[in-house]
Design a protein around this ligand. Structure first.
Ligand SMILES: [Zn+2]
Length: 190
């Protein structure tokens, strides 16, 4: 459940490129007895996150997790330049499986979090901790799960063959957290 966050301020002074990823290696499904006949492809995932994250390029990455982030040029005087968002989804996730959809929607939720907070990672983090303070992972991760739920993700369940799966950081989303999710979906702060 490790989250890698490269803070914007730390990088901005040293380099032109700012990379802020939320890395989700732990977003793997329960692997028992799950024959993966076809693995995830980028194009169906782009359809799945439409229209919320339409235009955000989706690429595959090793494993079953996912990652969402953005790069932007940052100048000490002129400030933030153009932002390029991206989503990466594990190439070992099964195609057409609800777990794959849940991972993709979770990553899309991170993009919506970034946007709602104008790419200010520390403001986003503290706001998400306020809304979701007592999870086993960070508030950002639990709220990404809650937002994904509002977008239709089914984080735990059975697939078409009756094999149980679980994706995400656990915990449930209470009504206040779901309402905060709706605000983020609307581009507002939680
Ligand atoms: Zn995440």
């Amino acid at each position: 459940m490790k989250r890698v966050l490269v803070g914007m301020g730390a990088v901005a002074v040293a380099a032109a490129g700012v990379l802020v990823p939320w890395n989700d290696p732990a977003l793997s499904f329960a692997a028992q007895a799950m024959p993966v006949t076809a693995t995830a492809e980028a194009e169906p995932i782009e359809d799945l996150i439409y229209p919320w994250c339409s235009g955000v390029p989706v690429t595959l990455r090793p494993g079953q997790g996912g990652q969402a982030g953005y790069t932007s040029s940052h100048h000490p005087v002129f400030g933030q330049g153009a932002v390029q968002e991206y989503i990466e989804v594990g190439e070992d996730l099964p195609a057409g499986h609800p777990s794959t959809a849940a991972v993709a929607l979770h990553e899309c939720a991170h993009i919506l979090q970034y946007r709602a907070y104008d790419y200010d990672a520390s403001e986003l983090e503290s706001a998400m901790e306020r809304v979701y303070p007592e999870g086993t992972a960070s508030g950002v991760e639990h709220m990404a799960d809650c937002i994904s739920e509002v977008l239709g993700a089914v984080r735990t369940g059975q697939d078409g063959r009756g094999v149980p799966y679980s994706v995400g950081y656990g915990g449930t989303c209470d009504p206040a957290q779901l309402e905060a999710s709706q605000r983020i979906l609307a581009g507002q702060r939680a």
